[in-house]
Design a protein around this ligand. Sequence first.
Ligand SMILES: *Cc1c(COP(=O)(O)O)cnc(C)c1O
Length: 307
Amino acid sequence: MLKQPSPLQLIQDELLTLRGIRLFVKRDDLIHPQVSGNKWRKLKYNLQAAREQQQKRLLTFGGAYSNHIAATAAAGKMFGFETIGVIRGELVKPLNPTLSIALELGMHLVSVDRIAYREEKTEIAAGLQDELGKCYVIPEGGSNTLAVKGCAEIVTEVLEQLGGELPDYFCVSAGTGGTSAGLVTGLAGMSFLRVFPALKGDFLKDEINSLIWESVGKKYENWQLVTDYHFGGYTKWNHKLIDFINGFYEKFGIQIDPIYTGKLFYGVWNDIEKGKFKYGSTVVVIHTGGLQGIAGFNQRFGELLKP
Ligand SMILES: *Cc1c(COP(=O)(O)O)cnc(C)c1O
């Protein structure tokens, strides 16, 4: 049902040979087609907590193309929870591929206008619970301390798969920063994490530090934000990015998404070219999934990405 541990795949490429880099992709995209990648890692201990509290319903928040909404709908169905998705903005008919699948999986979709969505999540959750019954509430993007705990396990798995060898670098994409916080706590001061925000994310530094602090009561210095590869902001893209994503798929047989992992791999490849990774080092890039979003992206922008 869920492919775990996810494979750790070694990639061969001329550029990597030239720069003396051994590069592995942690294939969390293969965990499940809908509950993919970091969204499964983040949900895992939240679902366990919901069960322990004998809750029957999950309530969460997301945009109309959200990987987290898709993952929560699928995980709820798989593990026997009702799901409620509070969606930012109107539910435009016909529903896009993400929301159609969520609906098919039994998620109850509630549309909320953008201002209320931004400012009144607590009130919205309270109102819906009065109406529908008590819910286990998961924040937008799924990032809380239980999500951090789940994402820390990526490190444990990678170290086991490398027979205890410590890679020099880990690389990951970031939206809310929950996955990055998990990796930092899992690393506990070892190795070095390069975080590639998918948005103009200078606020992410504080966000990640507070998630780490809430989770383990520590501050770590062995990580940094790489802010050069957001392509103008969240969900922004250009044809260079699209060509890179299609070329990457052709070359390595690994599909990446236009919102998060496409920007991540583009950034990693560029930084390897620029010599930002030490010669002779081992790099682990986390493929956080998100491939369910490709159908919606193609529908909006005109079949740009190879399905
Ligand atoms: C949500 C998501 C991210 C961002 O994860 P955060 O924990 O919010 O930083 C990265 N990659 C993919 C594919 C995602 O769906």
